[in-house]
Design a protein around this ligand. Structure first.
Ligand code: T5A
Length: 208
């Protein structure tokens, strides 16, 4: 496969959706084919699974079911969209990917990391070439996310849950510094976008 996979990660309200259009434009300006997806979702089946996992009424979903639903949506996305796009040489930009399962279901819910890693190997068989982490203190992210209106099922979790999510993301970024770029998402939006642009430029210069 000659393409590359770039992911945008972060806790609730870190600003991923806000940054997505900028990141997409910056990549497309390089004259490459760009395929944009989001997780959970990105396919017809995946979007249906998204409704199941995020709907507030499904509060009783157990952690194992939540993890498997995330990977069910991912299995479909990888086969239907990501692998064919990478094979064509496209750049795939994903709003969240497997690292979110390690952070939310591993760190947040306490599921054994070895099980998630096994699902990653079996279901995906691929890792992002570049992961951009929008990092923000939990209280600030939740204030932003909740300022937008009603919370989905996961957003309604307690603050301690999101502290574990944030710790897991930061630990993963520290363990694989070649793959990750950590961006301070507490800065004004223009500064966040400038940092994202610089990280993308550095990546494409290192690997044209
Ligand atoms: N999930 C997902 C798992 O548990 N496991 C998995 O494996 C996967 C793939 C997805 C949920 O599913 C979970 C994680 C999530 O809980 P989602 O709707 O995609 O649900 O939710 P999020 O990804 O969390 O997206 P959010 O919409 O909550 O946050 P964003 O996209 O990071 O934030 P955004 O861009 O909407 O910004 C929030 C607000 O802040 C403002 C924006 O204008 C907006 O109002 N803002 C800023 N304000 C000041 N300064 C800045 N720099 C700002 N940047 C943005």
């Amino acid at each position: 496969m000659s393409g590359r996979l770039i992911t945008l990660e972060g806790g609730e309200g870190a600003g991923k959706s806000t940054a997505m259009a900028f990141v997409a434009e910056r990549i497309a300006a390089r004259g490459v084919e760009l395929v944009q997806v989001r997780e959970p979702g990105g396919t017809e089946a995946g979007e249906a699974i998204r409704r199941v996992v995020l709907q507030p009424g499904h509060g009783s979903l157990c952690p194992e079911a939540e993890l498997l639903l995330m990977f069910a949506a991912r299995a479909q996305l990888v086969r239907e969209v990501i692998r064919p796009a990478l094979a064509r040489g496209a750049v795939v930009l994903s709003d969240r990917f497997t690292d979110a399962s390690f952070a939310y279901q591993g760190g947040g819910r306490g599921i054994d990391v070895g099980r998630i890693a096994e699902l990653e190997r079996w279901v995906c068989g691929l890792k992002p070439d570049l992961s951009l982490l929008l990092d923000l203190p939990v209280d600030q992210g939740l204030a932003r996310a909740r300022g937008r209106g009603s919370a989905d099922r996961i957003e309604a979790e307690r603050e301690e849950f999101f502290e574990r999510v944030r710790d897991t993301y930061r630990r993963r970024a520290a363990q694989e510094p070649m793959r990750w770029r950590v961006i301070d998402a507490g800065q004004p939006l223009e500064a966040v976008l400038a940092a994202l642009g610089a990280a993308l430029d550095a990546h494409f210069e290192a690997r044209p």
